[in-house]
Design a binder for this molecule. Structure first.
Ligand SMILES: [Zn+2]
Length: 106
């Protein structure tokens, strides 16, 4: 349907299909379907599920946050942001990082 316009199919090699990787995709593309490719064949289709907690790979949007100034791993609670969007609430400074602001850090 039109409302599902952001739906996408993401094909990933099976060596990247650890749940942590899938969770990363969920944050960037919450409507995505993930196809797991093994030996050039789709072996598995997974809908991404958005985890309740995100740790470590997203930067907090608040430059004053302790996680941007000290070697502290980020930790966010996933919250709704409107009807289809999600946002991340920092557990340290409580600042909301909206999905468009999400910056993946390794
Ligand atoms: Zn923060």
């Amino acid at each position: 349907s039109k409302r599902m316009g952001s739906k996408a199919i993401i094909k990933i090699n099976d060596r990247f299909c650890r749940q942590e990787e899938i969770n990363r995709i969920a944050i960037v593309a919450p409507m995505a379907k993930v196809n797991i490719i093994k030996n050039f064949k789709v072996t598995e289709k997974r809908a991404v599920t958005i985890p309740e907690t995100i740790r470590g790979f997203v930067r907090c949007a608040n430059p004053k946050c302790i996680t941007n100034n000290e070697p502290v791993e980020t930790s966010f609670q996933v919250v709704r942001d409107g009807e289809q969007e999600i946002a991340l609430r920092c557990r340290y400074c409580e600042k909301i990082t909206h999905r468009q602001q999400i910056e993946i850090v390794k």
